[in-house]
Ligand binder design. Sequence first.
Ligand code: ZN
Length: 500
Amino acid sequence: MTTNAARPVVGVGYIIHESNSFNAEPTLLEEFRFRQVSDLQSSIEQWSIGHTEAAGFVEGASEAGYDIIPAIHAVATPKGAVESKAFELLCTRLIDGLRAIPHMDGILLALHGAMYTEEFPQADEEIVRRVRRAFGPDIPFVVTHDFHGNISPEIVEMTNVLITYQQCPHLDMRQRGVHAALLMGSILAGEVHPVQALVKPPMLWNLVFQNTYEEPLKSITDASIELELQPGILSVSVAGGYQYNDVPYIGCSVIVVTDDDRERAQREAQRLADLMWERHEMTRLNLPDAETAVREAMQSDSFPVSLFDVGDNVGGGSPGDETTLLHEFLRQQASGWVIALYDPEAVAAAKAAGIDGVFDMPVGGKSISTAGKPAGVKGKVRSLHNGQFIETAVRHGGQRYWNMGHTAVIEEEHSTPDDLNLVVLTTERVCPMSIHQLVSCGIYPERQKILVAKGTVAPRAAYEPVSAKVVLVDTPGTTSVNPKRFQFRRARPGIWELSS
Ligand SMILES: [Zn+2]
């Protein structure tokens, strides 16, 4: 692709981070993965790969007949607050990259919407503020957000169009990128004059209920998609928000963008926000705590029961060594359970003891942000593994090759030949996306009574096929779904299920 003086040119950027402000482990500069943007041709080719908004920008721009010039493409895995050094560098690279474009007609930016830094709680808003300051109030500026963005009135004020993913699980990132890029094309051609309205219902739409393919959210998402098809409506976004950020504008948002009809934008956004609020009681959190979940699992008439340790959702940035459920197994003398924990120190001890060697030490509960204390486990080393396994089926995230590092399976002292109590100790943090995490260690999931998976939504594809039942458990931890477990200081007052 070459730039042509006759075609408009749009500067594009992609900076994505979902930061958990309750996780004390900061996200460091070296954790960001950057795509090289030195050569325009290959840079655009890279952007077009995959199913992200970036690929959607390339597709939409091509269809709309303008050129794009990438300034930055940076992403890091969810974790704690982004360190200031990293945030400043991201902003500098973005703005310098855009400044290097000789004649820029518009700016198209993909931001997550839940980036949190040491200095700026609503960090995406700060990025937009700096871009506006650098390039003035008149340049068309279109921004995309994840469904989990916590959207402020200021960011809506500073952009011409703000558009979020409509679906969760997110399957429409590329589509929303295309939509944003096509809208940019219409703005550049002078065909539309977008005005947008934001309405935030005074509630948190809990993560447990953030499935847009199921009620109570599905019909609201469907209504937003239907509205977007109407003449004069340019885009409609219903965003669930991200509950692990203590920020003023935490929670769900509705943004309606119309073609120069402010009153209609406001009215329609209010209508959809009212639909959300009408259902707030349906999103009341009602999960068993660890004690109840373990007791009920033992009384179940069919096995195995998979307990999802949602407070220690490794894919959501938690440490992977929470011990709440393990403590309950030991306290209630449950039998036939298996739990995997990240604990390199315990793995080393098991290796030193060797197979059949005595194991007697506290495991888990050792990371800075872990809520639970280490749990004393006595027993013997059942097996040792190099920790590598393969998942050939389609599972969340699509990863094939896995490595949990050296891994030890401890057989707890109350095990019987029929009911093994097993602790799988790993050297790396592992998301439980594959049942082969257990199978590769010689564990037959179907012979266990209770399995533990550290996640909320992601482990379903792996665990549902081998489980009689899946139970989400209200456990503590940096990814607890129970907002009452966190102290919110910055959140605006009056948010349902937050202020109590
Ligand atoms: Zn998301």
